[in-house]
Design a protein around this ligand. Structure first.
Ligand code: SF4
Length: 118
């Protein structure tokens, strides 16, 4: 939104879901003119449900997932212990299971036997 030629950015944020962020942001957007609304919720963007916009372009988004390199993996389970999303389970002498829905953020792969894949 521009006021007096200056762009104004309003951020509606909260660490917790279900607090009304989308409701506030959508209603602000509807109230004001010349507005660009960006729903940056990486897990559940839902502002479009309120606005029914015309989708002009869709771009695929990718997330990297860990996968075990079984040539190196000794099934120690450290990756599973370290994962704060509980996205990994190391089954002794079997496999390192990755729960895709939990593996949202793989910024740091602590151990040599894990690699990232798109
Ligand atoms: S991937 Fe690495 S950290 Fe995970 S069980 Fe295998 S060796 Fe251990």
């Amino acid at each position: 939104m521009q006021q007096n030629g200056e762009r104004m950015i309003i951020a509606v944020a909260s660490g917790k879901g279900g607090t009304g962020k989308t409701t506030v942001a959508v209603n602000l957007a509807l109230l004001l003119s010349n507005v660009q609304l960006m729903d940056c919720d990486v897990e559940e963007p839902n502002a479009h449900l309120f606005l029914d916009p015309v989708i002009e372009e869709l771009k695929p988004a990718y997330t990297q997932l860990p996968t075990a390199n079984y040539d190196l993996c000794d099934y120690c389970g450290k990756c599973a212990t370290a994962c704060e999303y509980n996205a990994l389970v190391a089954l002794p002498q079997k496999e390192v299971m990755v729960f895709r829905n939990f593996a949202t953020a793989v910024g740091y792969v602590p151990w040599y036997a894990l690699k990232r894949k798109n």
